[in-house]
Design a protein around this ligand. Structure first.
Ligand code: RIB
Ligand code: CA
Length: 320
């Protein structure tokens, strides 16, 4: 039975690649894709969600949720890595934005319609998740599992020395979600930073003659250029795809129950994830955290998911 999933994303090139994997994986039933501001503005994130879904055109379109503006605005964005339009500066065409249902309403509707069955995969700031929980206070106990890409345990942040990007963009929402009753799994930077996809990835993508291959062959090269210019890295991170693998194949990850929270104040510490790792912790365990992964297995799983997405979006019946 396919796992019912809602993907909450701030595309963002790594979000877009994770979307391509998820939309065509037979193990998943994507109920909805909801946009959230983060790498790009809420408006551009909403446009990019529709752009990616239009470009790859899955047989059964998920419901699409539009992002609303974060209460405190966004302190930063990811355009230096993801391009001015969030998708490598490729400026892909998109049809008129379809029905504009707010992301948090779609999350509430789909979880209510499938109580305790839905896995929400949050690959951006937690604005929508927090709003859905505020809109329907019973929702946290009705979500099957919430899998989060973001935060840090012992390692450095990536947007400040203390904070990871998704938590830094909206720390108030991150705190309220981490403190919620929901069953949660965190895939932190400590794990997702361990994989750098080399230039080989460009040769391993699905063929140009597939919709997924055509999209990724347009938006990934700018990401490689940006990582090289910004970090001198000969490759790119795939934070969100790795978090998705924790949903597709949890056996590839080792996890530990921990007690965590998110700092919402401080010039230096805003957005930092704090865990009670004292010998005698006082905080109650509230989240399962990925503390290790079978790196080669995760890479193989990502490449297999991309190959399957290529097969299912082939425009040439000989591409099998
Ligand atoms: O810190 C990495 C995360 O921030 C990823 O989800 C990336 O897409 C950005 O949203
Ligand atoms: Ca993201």
């Amino acid at each position: 039975m396919a796992k019912k999933v809602i993907l909450d994303v701030d595309p963002g090139i790594d979000d877009a690649m994770a979307l391509c994997m998820a939309l065509f994986d037979p193990r998943l039933e994507i109920l909805a894709v909801t946009a959230v501001g983060g790498n790009v503005s809420p408006q551009v994130a909403s446009r990019n969600v529709q752009t990616v879904v239009e470009q790859v055109d899955p047989p059964r379109w998920p419901r699409l949720g539009v992002a609303s503006s974060a209460e405190h605005g966004l302190p930063v964005d990811g355009r230096h890595l993801h391009g001015i339009d969030g998708l490598g500066g490729v400026h892909l065409q998109v049809a008129e934005l379809r029905t504009r249902h707010p992301a948090e309403k779609i999350i509430c509707d789909e979880v209510r319609a499938n109580p305790e069955e839905v896995t929400i995969v949050a690959l951006g700031p937690l604005t929508n998740i927090a709003r859905a929980f505020q809109r329907d206070p019973e929702l946290p106990s009705l979500v099957g599992r919430l899998v989060l890409s973001g935060g840090t345990v012992a390692g450095p942040g990536n947007v400040t020395p203390a904070a990871e990007f998704n938590f830094y963009c909206d720390p108030q929402s991150a705190r309220s979600v981490i403190r919620s009753r929901c069953t949660k799994t965190l895939v932190p930077l400590d794990i997702t930073n361990r994989i750098v996809m080399s230039y080989d990835l460009l040769n391993q993508l699905p063929p140009e003659t597939s919709k997924v291959g055509s999209l990724l062959r347009q938006i990934l090269p700018p990401a490689f250029r940006a990582y090289r210019q910004q970090f001198g890295l000969e490759g790119i991170h795939a934070h969100d795809s790795i978090a998705l693998m924790a949903v597709l194949n949890p056996g590839l990850f080792s996890t530990r129950e921990m007690a965590g929270d998110v700092e919402t104040q401080g010039d230096l510490t805003m957005g930092a994830t704090v865990f009670d790792r004292r010998r005698v912790p006082a905080w109650r365990h509230n989240i399962e955290v990925a503390i290790d992964m079978q790196k080669d297995g995760v890479i193989d799983e990502m490449l297999a998911a991309l190959a399957e997405a290529g097969r299912r979006t082939s425009k040439n019946r000989f591409d099998v």
